[in-house]
Design a binder for this molecule. Structure first.
Ligand SMILES: [Fe+2]
Ligand SMILES: [Fe+2]
Length: 312
C-alpha cells in the first residue's frame, strides 16, 4: 500500500469514529484497534461460556421442575451469547478454535466473577440479580460500540441479560417471602457475591491503562468507575425492595453528589483471581478442557457432514 492510500484510509477511519458511526469488518482499521477488539470480544465470549459452569452446577439439583426449566433456559442463553460473540470476533480474522485454544492455554482471560463457587441455590438468584445486573451496566453502552458486529451482537444479548436479571430477582424475592432459613441463605449469598460483582467493572480508572485509548476509539463508552457507580445506584433500591443488606458499612446516599458513596473492593483479591489464584480458576479451565476433548467427535462429525454436503 502506498503512503497516499494509507493516509486516505486512516483519515476515513478517523472520520467514521469521529461521526460515532460503525466500523465494519472490511473497513481498514489500525492494527491496535483490531487487537484491542479481539482481546475484548474474546474475553467477553469466554466469560459467557465459562459462566455456564457455576450455574450449571445446580441444574440437576433445582428445587422444582419450574426452577429447573428456568435455569436450563438461562444457561442455554449464555451459550448462545458466547456463540454470537465468537462469530463477531471471527469477522476480525481469528477463528473460534484459535480463541478456544488461547483460553485453554491461559493466554486469554474471562471475567473474574466466574472463579467463585456457587454454594447454594440462592446463588442462582444472586448471580441473575447481581452478576447479570452488572453485565447489563457494562453491556448496554456496548450496543453503541464502534465495531459493527460487536454492537449488533450486544443489542440481542442485552435483551436476554435483562430477562436474566429479572429472573434472579424473582427467585430471591420468592425466597425472601419464605422461611427464615431461606432468607438467611439469600443474605449469605449476597454477602459473598457483592464485592466480586463490583470487581466485574475492572480496576479503578487510575489503574486502568487501556481505558483512554478504548474510549477514544469508541470501543468503550464509559469508564470503569462510572459504570460501577451506576450499578451501585441502580442496585441499592432493589436490595431495599428485597429486604437484604448489602455488606458495605460505607454505603450511604450522598445528597451533594446525587449518588451513593460506597467502599472499595479488595483489589489485591481481584488481582490474585485474575492471575489464576481464585477459588475455582483451575476447576473452571479443567472442566472447559474436558468438555472440549469430549466434544472432539462432534466437531469431526460436523466437518465430515459439511464436506459431504459440498461434494453432493
Ligand atoms: Fe450472557
Ligand atoms: Fe446472562
Amino acid at each position: 500500500m502506498t503512503l497516499v492510500e494509507d493516509t486516505y484510509l486512516e483519515g476515513h477511519f478517523d472520520a467514521v469514529i469521529e461521526a460515532n458511526d460503525r466500523i465494519e469488518p472490511r473497513d481498514w482499521m489500525p492494527e491496535k484497534y483490531r487487537a484491542t477488539l479481539v482481546r475484548q470480544i474474546a474475553q467477553h465470549a469466554h466469560s459467557e461460556i465459562i459462566g455456564m459452569q457455576p450455574e450449571g452446577n445446580w441444574i440437576t439439583r433445582a428445587p422444582s421442575l419450574r426452577r429447573k426449566a428456568i435455569l436450563l433456559a438461562k444457561v442455554q442463553d449464555e451459550a448462545g451469547h458466547g456463540l454470537y460473540l465468537y462469530s463477531a470476533c471471527e469477522t476480525l480474522g481469528v477463528s473460534r478454535s484459535e480463541l478456544t485454544e488461547l483460553l485453554l492455554a491461559g493466554k486469554q482471560k474471562y471475567s473474574s466473577i466466574f472463579n467463585y463457587p456457587t454454594l447454594s441455590y440462592a446463588d442462582v438468584g444472586t448471580i441473575g440479580w447481581l452478576v447479570d445486573g452488572a453485565a447489563i451496566c457494562n453491556q448496554v453502552p456496548l450496543c453503541r460500540t464502534s465495531f459493527g458486529p460487536y454492537g449488533r451482537a450486544m443489542i440481542r444479548i442485552c435483551k436476554e441479560e435483562s430477562f436474566h436479571q429479572r429472573q434472579g430477582f424473582e427467585l430471591l424475592s420468592t425466597m425472601m417471602r419464605g422461611t427464615d432459613e431461606q432468607r438467611a441463605m439469600v443474605q449469605e449469598s449476597v454477602d459473598r457475591f457483592w464485592w466480586p460483582a463490583l470487581m466485574m467493572f475492572g480496576p479503578p480508572d487510575d489503574d486502568s491503562p487501556n481505558t483512554a485509548q478504548s474510549m477514544a476509539w469508541g470501543i468503550k463508552r464509559d469508564t470503569n468507575d462510572d459504570l460501577r457507580q451506576k450499578f451501585v445506584d441502580m442496585t441499592v433500591p432493589q436490595a431495599e425492595a428485597l429486604g437484604v443488606t448489602l455488606p458495605d458499612p460505607q454505603l450511604v446516599w450522598n445528597e451533594q453528589r446525587g449518588h451513593y458513596d460506597f467502599g472499595s473492593p479488595d483489589w489485591a483479591e481481584f488481582k490474585a483471581v485474575v492471575k489464576g489464584e481464585g477459588p475455582c480458576n483451575t476447576q473452571r479451565l479443567a472442566h472447559r478442557q474436558r468438555a472440549h476433548d469430549e466434544g472432539a467427535w462432534v466437531r469431526e462429525a460436523a466437518t465430515a457432514y459439511a464436506e459431504k454436503g459440498v461434494r453432493a
